[in-house]
Ligand binder design. Structure first.
Ligand code: TXA
Ligand code: MG
Length: 318
């Protein structure tokens, strides 16, 4: 198992020797390594069992640092960065050669993000290089939102996890790329499209549901529990699966007639931020119960609700 603590010097020493460290961010925990070192990057892919066609996000301490790694920042990208960094927003920008092709899976853009977490901000400011960090879960499984989740799944592959408590947002960053300087959303996430549009106007949404080579990684099946997950009307699903041990992931209220310890309620007050924050941890808890199938319902499809529903659909895809 990895040690869990808040020793920045220890994290720095490991990262400087091309070792990996679990790091907290506001979205999910990351599996971090030196983004300028092919050796560290290779270790990330290996530890996650991640296919090499799925590029990594590079984390920086601020906007200024971004210029070291990209050739150009479109005007609307700069507006977004100024308004929403640090925060759950990744910008796809044309990369400089200093970013290894291994990190970007050979693409000529690199995903750059400035995360919002005091410990990780300090770490990024102290390091002489940026951090490549995918979510700290084995490829395809539910993303981690606390250090224990990271330890359960990758504890045998890394030495140290920085303890930043529970993630406040709970959904990965929203990914925005640019074509002719116009913004396109490739992944819905912790910042809603509505919020971003207030700053830059209309954003086209291009979510991929298969391994589309133009945006690798937006795979149809992802974020999956090991148990089967079915989405729909909970009452109908519960009667259809009445012969099985079921677990329930509900939006705002319990299902009558089902044991309460097999049910998780994302937000009793119908608050979508709270629902987002709980989503992955609750899916994980249900996955660990002695249930055969997890039944879930969609949440209202507005704001963060769209990203939550996106994760539920990918988690339920076979
Ligand atoms: O919130 C987050 O973004 C978290 C935390 C740790 O920062 N990180 C994260 O990384 O979610 P990961 O590797 O699990 O997801 C990154 C996604 C992948 O689906 C990948 O395909 C996409 O970003 N991506 C990265 N660089 C890209 C690029 N240049 N072009 C298209 N997609 C890219
Ligand atoms: Mg991930």
């Amino acid at each position: 198992m990895a040690a869990i603590g808040s020793d920045l010097q220890k994290a720095i020493a490991l990262l400087q020797s091309d070792e990996l460290v679990g790091i907290p961010t506001e979205t999910v925990y990351g599996l971090a390594g030196n983004a300028l070192s092919t050796k560290a990057i290779a270790k990330i892919f290996e530890a996650k069992d991640r296919p090499f066609f799925d590029p990594l996000i590079v984390h920086v301490p601020d906007i200024e640092a971004t210029y070291q790694y990209v050739t150009h920042i479109p005007e609307k990208a700069l507006l977004l960065a100024r308004n929403f960094w640090p925060g759950p927003l990744t910008l796809l920008l044309p990369k400089k050669p200093i970013i290894p092709d291994l990190a970007t899976s050979g693409l000529d853009t690199v995903g750059i993000r400035c995360p919002q977490h005091p410990l990780t901000t300090q770490l990024l400011k102290l390091l002489p290089f940026p951090l490549a960090a995918p979510s700290a879960n084995p490829f395809g499984y539910i993303s981690p939102t606390n250090p224990q989740h990271v330890n359960q799944q990758l504890g045998n592959k890394i030495n140290y996890i920085l303890d930043g408590g529970e993630c406040q947002v709970g959904l990965e960053s929203t990914i925005i790329g640019f074509e002719q300087d116009q913004p396109i959303a490739y992944r819905l996430g912790g910042l809603s499209i509505e919020q971003l549009e207030e700053t830059v106007g209309p954003i086209q949404i291009q979510l991929n549901t298969s391994s589309n080579p133009t945006a690798p990684g937006q795979l149809k099946s992802h974020y999956s529990p090991t148990k089967k997950l079915v989405i729909g009307n909970l009452a109908e699903l519960a009667s259809k699966h009445s012969h099985q041990h079921i677990g329930i992931l509900a939006f705002n209220r319990e299902m009558p007639g089902i044991e309460i310890n097999r049910q998780k309620i994302l937000s009793p007050t119908s608050d979508l931020s709270e629902a987002a924050q709980h989503l992955f941890a609750y899916l994980r808890e249900l996955d660990q119960l002695p249930v055969e199938v997890i039944l879930a319902e969609e949440v209202p499809s507005v704001g963060l609700g769209r990203a939550i529903n996106d994760r539920l659909k990918r988690a339920s895809a076979q």
